[in-house]
Design a protein around this ligand. Structure first.
Ligand SMILES: [Fe+2]
Ligand SMILES: [Fe+2]
Length: 476
């Protein structure tokens, strides 16, 4: 149905909290909405909806006890045949927790407001419902939800709580969502410790960078398989980016506005994960399963490319964390992680290339490979440093005799050095990287030379004792 506005609007107000009901009534009357029916409990609300003889074009309720609003939603969305199932429902609550927000969204609530409701809040919600022509009809539980409204401020403790139920099942995306809530808690902290806004702006700038990266990862993932909701999902990302840009500009110097923005981001993400991201991952899984049924070879190639892609996506996330965290221990562990990911990704790419040469690949896999190359190019110098530090760490332990002198160490360590040098060329060559990065590369080269020399020395020593054929030394 289309939600037209005050003219002809017939509203059912179902609130257990009578003061809240009266307040809403007076606000609606002030807006010129005169057709109002008031009830105070769930059973009378259902009675009015089913046998009241009126067609309501808007329902406003509170929690109606503990979960009366969810029962009401079930009735409105699914069980009645008297009026459109997409009739907008606004729910008012004294305290919205992550779980109650999620349950209300899943139940198909069109918009949520927090007590005390102001006429500005209510006006905004009504105008949003008008603009959006309400949500699409939803079955119970609903899968798509409206974004939360401007103006609500959640308890900071709620924002600092990462919702545990928002899992898509795809590790790399879930990890990024965890980071989203981590960045949000940082923003929340900066707002709480308000010192004029500089710190908040810096935190928000990093947060926006992270969000842009996360969205681009999801969009690349959606490009990698035939997915009909790709555009609508991308539009949701675009809307948030736009809103974030607008609200960040408007909030400058105003702690209250920043707090509302943080609340909005929290609610938006919960809403978005359950409405869009979970669907995207489910569709990807289904696609992989279906593909595996019809073409096993292609499915194996797809798995290799997807795994390499998910690893490639982790690199910019870790690189951003490297920028943010200057503690030596964390820097070391982040560098180790990047080095490890780079190594696994390189191995997978070698495997992917050989499979593609033998069996070919489709356009979606090509798109993913291009994304991997982009991620590698954009983070090449970070990876040069991480991979080189790993190599230096390992090289030093070899020189110090921690592992003895493993058989074939020269070849292995030269292979690692050639991967580093490939990265250096991706970063634009040795002259294009910073002086400090160049120093790491030089140190790594020296160490590799020493290890190769040690190995040769040790082989010569063995040959001298007749342990190996001296002719074999030509090939070392
Ligand atoms: Fe998304
Ligand atoms: Fe997401």
């Amino acid at each position: 149905m289309t939600f037209k506005g005050p003219d002809g609007l017939n509203v059912l107000i179902a609130t257990e909290n009578k003061a809240c009901g009266r307040q809403v009534q007076s606000m609606l009357r002030a807006m010129g909405i005169g057709e109002l029916t008031e009830v105070f409990d769930l059973s009378h609300a259902i009675l009015q909806l089913s046998h009241g003889g009126k067609i309501f074009s808007l329902v406003i309720c509170d929690f109606l006890g503990q979960d009366g609003h969810l029962k009401l939603m079930k009735f409105v969305r699914n069980e009645q045949k008297l009026f459109p199932a997409d009739t907008p429902v606004i729910c008012i609550g004294a305290l919205w927790t992550p779980d109650s927000i999620k349950a209300a969204h899943a139940g198909g609530v069109s918009a949520m407001l927090k007590l005390p409701v102001t006429d500005k809040d209510l006006g905004r919600v009504l105008s949003m419902l008008r603009q959006k022509a309400v949500v699409a009809p939803k079955p119970f539980p609903a899968t798509e939800t409206l974004p939360p409204q401007r103006g609500t401020t959640l308890d900071p403790a709620v924002i600092n709580t990462r919702p545990k139920s928002e899992i898509t099942g795809l590790e790399v995306i879930d990890e990024e969502h965890k980071l989203f809530f981590f960045h949000l808690s940082m923003l929340n902290k900066a707002i709480k410790e308000w010192q004029g806004g500089g710190e908040v702006e810096n935190t928000l700038a990093v947060f926006r960078k992270f969000i842009a990266m996360h969205f681009s990862h999801e969009e690349s993932l959606m490009e990698s398989f035939p997915y009909s909701s790709r555009q609508v999902h991308k539009s949701s990302h675009d809307e948030l980016n736009e809103r974030l840009r607008e609200d960040s500009a408007q909030a400058k110097g105003d702690a209250g506005k920043y707090a509302r923005l943080a609340s909005f981001l929290y609610e938006w993400m919960i809403d978005h994960i359950s409405g869009f991201d979970q669907k995207m991952v489910a569709a990807l899984r289904l696609h992989v399963l279906e593909a595996a049924k019809t073409d096993r070879l292609a499915a194996q190639t797809a798995t290799v490319v997807h795994t390499a892609f998910t690893l490639a996506m982790k690199i910019p996330v870790l690189s951003l964390r490297l920028d943010m965290d200057w503690s030596n221990t964390n820097q070391r562990s982040l560098n180790a992680k990047i080095g490890d990911i780079f190594e696994r990704m390189t191995n997978l790419m070698v495997l992917a290339e050989s499979r593609i040469r033998s069996f070919g690949c489709n356009d979606h896999q090509l798109a993913l490979l291009q994304e991997i190359q982009k991620a590698v190019a954009a983070n090449a110098e970070v990876m040069v440093v991480s991979a080189t530090k790993q190599l230096i760490h390992y090289g030093k332990s070899i020189v110090a005799g921690v592992h003895g002198l493993p058989l074939g160490i020269g070849t292995a360590i030269n292979f690692q050095l050639s991967s580093v040098m490939e990265l250096v060329s991706v970063a634009g060559g040795i002259d294009a990287i910073s002086e400090s990065s160049r120093a790491f590369v030089d140190r790594a080269r020296d160490l590799v030379d020493s290890i190769v020399a040690m190995e040769k020395g040790s082989s010569v020593a063995l040959a001298d004792h007749g342990t190996i054929d001296a002719g074999m030394m030509k090939h070392v």
